[in-house]
Design a protein around this ligand. Structure first.
Ligand SMILES: CC(C)(COP(=O)(O)OP(=O)(O)OC[C@H]1O[C@@H](n2cnc3c(N)ncnc32)[C@H](O)[C@@H]1OP(=O)(O)O)[C@@H](O)C(=O)NCCC(=O)NCCS
Length: 187
């Protein structure tokens, strides 16, 4: 079993999950504003099941969507990290980078700070050639993070999320990519 990776940034610790994260994770996942670009907010049970899956990634790969801990307060504030894409889309196999933060911590540069550390881990320690990210067309906050960390939109890669039914308001997704060579130039 690979040793779980931890990452540090000036303001954040990116670490594997702890049982104590479950309550603030469920609070974040139950916030309709945080979940605006997802089908629905999650119940405590649904949130716990997601936490179990995210924890299992660390056991399997040593990396995943890291729990974000603020160094100034020690508070759990969400996640950012890397995960193999598990559904069938033309750009697979691929590793995605993703993020979700508690609303109280938005617009402070924290998602992009965490994402830069995750990218560096992906391209150096994990030796990935490319990292992708995707979100709904209207999720400008998430696309803002993608742009802030140097990812480029690939309009030819836009896709319908296979987990959502035809006609669903969130089905169409935009795809961003970053290759290792471009990351090295931009760092
Ligand atoms: C997406 C999210 C993680 C962004 O977190 P954040 O810490 O506020 O992002 P940052 O402060 O690092 O901002 C990064 C860039 O995005 C821009 N941005 C952030 N929120 C934005 C918004 N609501 N609208 C437009 N741009 C936005 C910032 O201005 C910044 O750009 P800059 O570097 O040019 O200044 C946060 O809004 C969130 O958790 N949303 C709900 C969950 C979600 O949608 N996750 C993504 C699913 S794909």
């Amino acid at each position: 079993m690979p040793a779980p990776i931890e990452l540090h940034t000036p303001r954040l610790l990116l670490r594997p999950w702890r049982d104590a994260d479950r309550a603030p994770f469920a609070e974040m996942n139950g916030d309709p504003q945080v979940m605006r670009h997802f089908p629905a907010p999650l119940s405590r049970e649904e949130s716990d099941r997601v936490a179990e899956r995210l924890e299992a990634d660390f056991a399997a790969h040593g990396f995943g969507f890291w729990a974000l801990e603020r160094k100034d307060s020690g508070a759990f504030i969400g996640f950012t990290g890397l995960r193999p894409v598990t559904f069938a889309v033309p750009f697979c196999p691929a590793v995605e980078i993703a993020w979700r933060l508690d609303r109280a911590h938005w617009r402070q540069g924290l998602a992009s700070e965490a994402a830069r550390a995750a990218l560096a881990c992906g391209f150096t320690q994990l030796a990935l050639e490319q990292i992708v990210s995707f979100t709904t067309r209207d999720n400008l906050a998430s696309q803002g993070v993608m742009q802030a960390i140097g990812m480029r939109r690939d309009p030819a890669g836009d896709f319908d999320h296979p987990a959502l039914p035809a006609g669903h308001r969130l089905r169409r997704h935009v795809l961003y990519r970053l290759g290792r060579a471009d990351w090295e130039v931009g760092r």
